[in-house]
Write a protein that binds this ligand. Structure first.
Ligand SMILES: [Zn+2]
Length: 307
């Protein structure tokens, strides 16, 4: 895990400049077209442009690679790029240990909010990687006497192969392209994934449609404000996060899409905010009017310090 892993960006062979790009004209969270470019480099040193939405404070990449570009990116370049940045080999084997600890913490928190009315529980883990989190949930729920059917959606065939070996149903691809709303689930997990999505609004709407009345939906965000305070602007941005949320953007967004927050927790490593949600009536999102301005002043302060 801690072995040195010294490679250069060139060794990875990922050519960002030649990738097909698309402009994002409206904020996927609040719909505003008012935004400001805050950086043209990401933490890997790639020429990635990031914008701050002046409507809600969402930070998003634009222009960005297309869905097809990201599909290839996740299959071939993502883990090597993270390994390059962290100077430590990150692959299927190394991520399992960290995910197991995360999963135990998560289950220990969420368990008390489960009030299922049936004995067979269906779990969907969106962006579930090797299925570690799902498996921990499945094992713990089975120990409580439930039968569990668990499904993982992920774009990485290599990681899904591990999930399949754990007895989980696997669906390869991006969630935006899968009709998850055609099935019903008791627990939907979107763990460390929302920032990686290509269409957050579409995904959240589909997830809500896939819930039963007493279902629970768990989502966590990397708290972008926390990261930018600690690491500065460029190091807070990465090609694999088309979206970057703060608590003030995530909660009104979820409420506006028909969720209520059942419980909220900062997960133990500090940079993740977990939100446990249930279905509720849709209501207009009430984004904090001063949040984008506040973030912009924080960005300017951090950029001034780094010059
Ligand atoms: Zn917005």
């Amino acid at each position: 895990m801690s072995q040195d892993f010294n490679i250069t960006l060139g060794d990875i062979g990922f050519d960002y400049t030649s990738q097909v790009k698309e402009h994002v004209s409206r904020c996927n969270v609040c719909g505003s077209s008012r935004s400001i470019v805050i950086s043209r480099k990401d933490r890997y040193g790639l020429d990635v442009s990031a914008c701050l939405c002046l409507g809600c404070g969402l930070v998003y990449l634009s222009p960005r690679m297309t869905v097809e570009g990201y599909r290839v990116f996740y299959q071939k370049y993502y883990r090597p790029l993270v390994s390059y940045y962290l100077k430590q080999k990150i692959d299927t084997a190394t991520i399992i240990a960290g995910q197991r600890q995360y999963a135990r913490e998560l289950f220990g928190w969420i368990e008390r909010y489960l009030s299922p009315s049936k004995d067979v529980l269906e779990i969907l883990d969106v962006g579930g990687s090797t299925g570690v989190v799902t498996k921990v949930f499945k094992e713990n729920l089975e120990a409580l006497g439930f039968s569990v059917k668990a499904t993982v959606i992920d774009p990485s065939p290599e990681e899904l192969a591990v999930a399949k070996m754990s007895g989980l149903e696997t669906i390869e691809g991006l969630v935006e392209e899968k009709n998850i709303h055609k099935r019903r689930w008791d627990i939907v997990l979107l763990c460390q994934t929302i920032d990686h999505l290509m269409d957050v609004a579409k995904t959240i709407i589909a997830i809500r449609s896939s819930l039963r009345e007493r279902s629970l939906f768990f989502v966590d965000i990397v708290d972008w404000e926390y990261v930018v305070r600690r690491k500065g602007v460029q190091d807070s941005l990465k090609i694999d996060h088309p979206f970057n949320f703060t608590r003030q953007t995530a909660i009104p967004f979820l409420e506006g899409k028909g969720f209520r927050i059942v419980s909220e927790s900062v997960l133990s490593d500090g940079h993740l905010i977990g939100l446990l949600c249930a279905k509720a009536e849709e209501r207009p999102s009430s984004f904090s009017p001063g949040h984008a301005e506040f973030l912009l002043s924080l960005i300017r302060e951090k950029q001034a310090l780094s010059q």
